[in-house]
Ligand binder design. Structure first.
Ligand SMILES: [Zn+2]
Ligand SMILES: [Zn+2]
Length: 87
Protein backbone atom coordinates (compact mmCIF):
# COMPACT_ATOMS: atom_id res chain seq x y z
CA UNK A 1 0.00 0.00 0.00
CA UNK A 2 1.05 3.60 -0.41
CA UNK A 3 0.78 6.57 1.92
CA UNK A 4 1.08 10.21 1.07
CA UNK A 5 3.66 11.51 3.49
CA UNK A 6 4.90 14.93 4.50
CA UNK A 7 8.17 15.81 6.24
CA UNK A 8 7.80 17.79 9.46
CA UNK A 9 11.40 18.93 9.15
CA UNK A 10 11.65 20.35 5.61
CA UNK A 11 8.09 20.20 4.28
CA UNK A 12 8.89 17.79 1.44
CA UNK A 13 5.93 15.62 0.37
CA UNK A 14 6.12 12.25 -1.32
CA UNK A 15 4.40 8.89 -1.79
CA UNK A 16 5.80 6.27 0.56
CA UNK A 17 5.36 2.55 -0.06
CA UNK A 18 4.51 0.89 3.24
CA UNK A 19 4.40 -2.72 4.35
CA UNK A 20 3.66 -4.23 7.73
CA UNK A 21 7.35 -3.81 8.57
CA UNK A 22 7.61 -0.12 7.74
CA UNK A 23 6.07 2.38 10.08
CA UNK A 24 6.07 6.10 10.80
CA UNK A 25 8.08 8.16 11.00
CA UNK A 26 9.54 7.64 7.53
CA UNK A 27 12.95 8.90 6.49
CA UNK A 28 12.62 11.93 4.25
CA UNK A 29 14.37 11.42 0.88
CA UNK A 30 15.17 15.12 0.75
CA UNK A 31 16.62 16.03 4.17
CA UNK A 32 17.35 12.56 5.57
CA UNK A 33 15.45 13.16 8.82
CA UNK A 34 13.08 10.53 10.21
CA UNK A 35 10.35 13.15 10.18
CA UNK A 36 7.91 11.81 7.57
CA UNK A 37 4.32 11.34 8.69
CA UNK A 38 1.09 10.75 6.85
CA UNK A 39 -0.22 13.85 5.17
CA UNK A 40 -3.80 14.95 5.80
CA UNK A 41 -6.14 17.18 3.86
CA UNK A 42 -8.86 19.37 5.34
CA UNK A 43 -12.15 19.06 3.47
CA UNK A 44 -13.26 22.43 4.85
CA UNK A 45 -10.41 24.82 3.97
CA UNK A 46 -8.39 22.49 1.66
CA UNK A 47 -5.24 22.85 3.72
CA UNK A 48 -2.79 19.93 3.57
CA UNK A 49 -0.84 19.37 6.75
CA UNK A 50 1.12 16.84 8.77
CA UNK A 51 -0.49 16.43 12.20
CA UNK A 52 1.58 16.79 15.34
CA UNK A 53 2.55 13.31 16.62
CA UNK A 54 1.50 12.66 20.22
CA UNK A 55 2.52 10.17 22.90
CA UNK A 56 5.52 7.91 23.41
CA UNK A 57 6.38 6.39 21.05
CA UNK A 58 4.93 9.23 18.98
CA UNK A 59 1.81 8.42 16.95
CA UNK A 60 -0.46 10.49 14.81
CA UNK A 61 -3.92 11.18 16.22
CA UNK A 62 -6.51 8.79 14.72
CA UNK A 63 -8.63 11.64 13.42
CA UNK A 64 -6.44 14.75 13.24
CA UNK A 65 -8.10 18.13 13.21
CA UNK A 66 -7.10 20.92 10.86
CA UNK A 67 -4.65 23.40 12.47
CA UNK A 68 -6.34 26.24 10.59
CA UNK A 69 -10.08 25.67 11.00
CA UNK A 70 -10.32 22.76 13.47
CA UNK A 71 -12.37 20.50 11.22
CA UNK A 72 -11.67 16.75 11.16
CA UNK A 73 -9.30 15.98 8.30
CA UNK A 74 -8.90 12.93 6.08
CA UNK A 75 -5.77 11.34 4.60
CA UNK A 76 -4.41 13.23 1.62
CA UNK A 77 -4.43 11.75 -1.87
CA UNK A 78 -1.46 11.66 -4.22
CA UNK A 79 -3.01 14.54 -6.16
CA UNK A 80 -2.80 16.71 -3.03
CA UNK A 81 1.00 16.68 -3.03
CA UNK A 82 2.37 20.17 -3.54
CA UNK A 83 3.84 20.35 -7.01
CA UNK A 84 6.33 23.06 -6.13
CA UNK A 85 9.23 23.02 -8.52
CA UNK A 86 7.81 20.17 -10.59
CA UNK A 87 7.49 22.14 -13.81
ZN1 LIG B 1 12.58 16.44 4.95
ZN1 LIG C 1 -9.26 23.41 7.65
Amino acid sequence: MELVVGCRSCGHQWVQKVTLETDSPFVCPKCGQAAGWQLFNCSQCKKTFVPEPVGDPPRLPIIPSCPTCGQAASPAAESDIAKAGAQ
